[in-house]
Design a protein around this ligand. Structure first.
Ligand code: MG
Ligand code: ZN
Length: 229
């Protein structure tokens, strides 16, 4: 039997049950969770590095780095100062599924973490339909891609709450029109919160950091009081 992403009802129900359980676990431990998705090469890992470097003094950040193969991205997150970073090597699967997250966090002390990034496998198709128990799905696009991507992968942009346009330092060097990208994205999902930034120059990163701090702080009441630091 071939595997497709058209999940049948019982399988879908099982994934959702697991995702909801994860979400409750994260919330109970006061962990804000962000599922970061993009095509390969948009800059997910670099954004995580910049974010960890900037926010680590204030937040305990953990990263689950999904890739078909290698632990390179988890190593990068750890080197940037993540409190904890663990790889998920899918060995061919082009997305992460809730059970992989369950497996990965089994040895993680969630109560000691404020913010967890799940860096998904680079792919705009199936990661759109797998809920991993995250609070937000953030879809990332870069200025070396087509500005029509939101129209081509509508499910992803519809299911995301946040869109990040990276590599703004390269605007003008490619045919990517940032206004057109935003317009296309809003046609699919008018509620998208959009960040335009460059991980290379640092432009626009502050707004992104502020948003993450706000997200993490909104879950603080769920965390046991008296967190040292
Ligand atoms: Mg990566
Ligand atoms: Zn897939």
């Amino acid at each position: 039997m071939s595997r497709t992403i058209k999940l049948d009802q019982p399988v879908l129900a099982e994934h959702l049950r697991r995702a909801d359980h994860l979400r409750r676990t994260f919330r109970r431990n006061g962990v804000a969770v962000l599922n970061l998705v993009s095509s390969p090469g948009a800059g997910k890992t670099t954004l995580l590095e910049r974010t960890i470097e900037a926010l680590s003094p204030r937040l305990a950040i953990a990263v689950i780095a999904g890739d078909v193969q290698t632990q390179i991205d988890a190593d990068r997150a750890r080197a940037a100062g993540a409190r904890w970073a663990g790889p998920v090597e899918t060995n061919g699967t082009c997305h992460l599924e809730p059970w992989m997250i369950e497996d990965r966090i089994a040895d993680l002390d969630l109560a000691a973490i404020d913010l967890l990034f799940i860096e998904n496998v680079g792919n705009l198709v199936c990661p759109a339909v797998y809920d991993l128990g995250e609070h937000h799905k953030a879809v990332m696009l870069s200025t070396v891609e087509g500005d029509d991507k939101p129209l081509k992968y509508p499910v992803m942009f519809r299911n995301a709450s946040t869109m990040i346009i990276n590599k703004t330092d390269l605007l003008g060097l490619t045919d990517f029109q940032i206004d057109r990208a935003e317009e296309n994205a809003r046609r699919i999902n008018p509620d998208l919160v959009i960040f335009k930034l460059s991980c290379k120059t640092g432009e626009g990163l502050t707004a992104w950091f502020d948003r993450l701090l706000e997200m993490a702080n909104s879950l603080l009441p769920h965390k046991t009081q008296g967190n040292p630091e």
